[in-house]
Design a protein around this ligand. Sequence first.
Ligand code: FE2
Length: 150
Amino acid sequence: MDKENNPQWVFCVVTQRLGRMPDKTWMQTADWKSEKHVPVIEAPDVVKKGEVVKVTVSVGKQIPHPNVTEHHIKWLDLFFWADGEKFPMEVGYATFDTHGESAQGPNTGPLYSEPFAVFAFKITKPGTLMATSYCNIHGLWKSEKDIAIK
Ligand code: FE2
């Protein structure tokens, strides 16, 4: 048997090396206090129906994430999924486009944009916020927070 060309055998080797079944997870998550990529959602637990809510989303609140040309957070995206609704809605999207780039080379520019955004909105139903962040090296991360209506 030609092991190298046998998908089942290759699968077994990969499983042994990883110590688990290989899978494809699009978005990683963890506690933001111990993992620097996780977007931190700062929002009230309860809001009044129809009142403007201000929600901050950031990366690096507890553990700073690198912010250099080679390694940085490119964007944050915030969604809201109202209870009982079939689909989530996008609240807003923020990009961070400059990380020390300049004509003189990487990390020589005068501007390093920080992954920090404030979104303002009104809701008429309780639901769940989901923030996503994208690191140019370490991919997609997410976090969630429920909001109730009083
Ligand atoms: Fe990263």
